[in-house]
Write a protein that binds this ligand. Structure first.
Ligand SMILES: [Mg+2]
Length: 329
């Protein structure tokens, strides 16, 4: 079967292998978990003693998660890995290795792949993560990237969605709605205005924050805001068998564009892909204003009554329905 692989695909694989086999100094130094990376039938990973394995997988599909004509290739690579790292962060884990499967159409310029890989590997290096394997293929239509991120967490300490209890306070890191705001301004403009919309083009997964919250045993449940506050909070409520009440005025709204302006409440409530952490804190545990450079804001509380409620400035309450975010369809 290997002989049937077209030359172009072989060279793509070789290029990926070359890049991945020379991980930056930071990845080499701190990361002893990859015993054997690219270059054998399987990668060989070693888990720190007393740890459990975390595994997450995410698609990045052209036309669904990104637009080739609008997103720079480096941003696509960065966002592809962010999805995986953010999931590891939401469990309070330590990311160790990434695996990339990439299918590209025949006519795609090599520079696109190089820039995509550069964006992905730069973020990997920042987090001490090694690209330890993957696959390449020719796609009949569009670019398809599938990222697998493997991480570790001390045994029994992974933070789940199911731990929220009535009376817990609800917190979110950073600001919300900034990523979706970039999509709004896209309409009518050809070129991406990257400055002012960095939350969309190079979101920073909250790995250090997730780890600190787990180490300090501050949280009862956690999730990353990949689908939008209303949807991600509904996942915590469902898994924990509880409800939630949110104060609209307290939601930290992103400031975007130049000159800066605050995004609409709707975007902060329902806009996805901010990759912040949403978590619940048991009564009596004080939360500092900042951890690991991330601003933390209390936005509501967990209730015994099922369902989600949003309260406006006057105190009037209305139902909060989970509204999934639209991709590019
Ligand atoms: Mg997630």
């Amino acid at each position: 079967v290997k002989g049937a692989v077209p030359l172009r695909e072989k060279s793509l694989l070789a290029a990926l292998r070359r890049i991945a086999q020379s991980p930056g100094p930071r990845s080499r130094r701190g990361n002893r978990s990859v015993v054997k990376g690219i270059g054998d039938d399987c990668a060989v990973l070693r888990l720190p003693r007393g740890h459990e394995l975390l595994v997450t997988t995410d698609f990045s599909l052209e036309g669904i998660h990104f637009l080739r004509g609008w997103h720079p290739a480096e941003s696509v690579g960065h966002r592809c890995l962010t999805r995986g790292l953010s999931d590891i962060a939401a469990m309070g884990g330590e990311p160790l290795a990434a695996f990339l499967s990439l299918a590209v159409p025949r006519e795609l310029p090599q520079t696109w792949v190089r820039q995509f890989t550069r964006g992905l590997l730069r973020l990997a290096e920042q987090h001490g993560v090694i690209l330890a394997g993957g696959d390449t293929a020719e796609s009949p239509q569009g670019i398809l990237a599938d990222i697998v991120v493997v991480g570790s967490v001390p045994k029994g300490q992974a933070i789940l969605r199911s731990g929220a209890r009535p009376g817990d306070r609800i917190f979110v890191s950073g600001e919300l709605g900034g990523s979706m705001a970039a999509l709004r301004q896209r309409k009518g403009k050809k070129k991406a205005a990257i400055e002012g919309y960095r939350r969309h083009f190079c979101p920073q997964p909250r790995v250090a924050l997730g780890r600190a919250l787990r180490e300090q045993k501050l949280v009862s449940a956690m999730i990353d805001t990949s689908d939008g506050l209303s949807t991600d909070l509904s996942h915590i409520c469902e898994e924990s068998g509880v409800g939630a009440e949110i104060d609209a005025e307290r939601i930290p709204r992103a400031r975007v564009a130049k000159p800066e302006r605050e995004v609409d409440l709707e975007l902060a409530l329902h806009g996805g892909e901010d990759y912040e952490l949403l978590f619940t804190v048991p009564a009596g545990k004080p939360i500092p204003a900042r951890i690991a450079e991330a601003k933390l804001t209390q936005i509501g509380r967990i209730t015994r009554a099922r369902g989600m409620v949003v309260r406006d400035a006057s105190g009037a309450a209305g139902p909060l329905e989970p509204q999934g975010w639209e991709h590019f369809r």
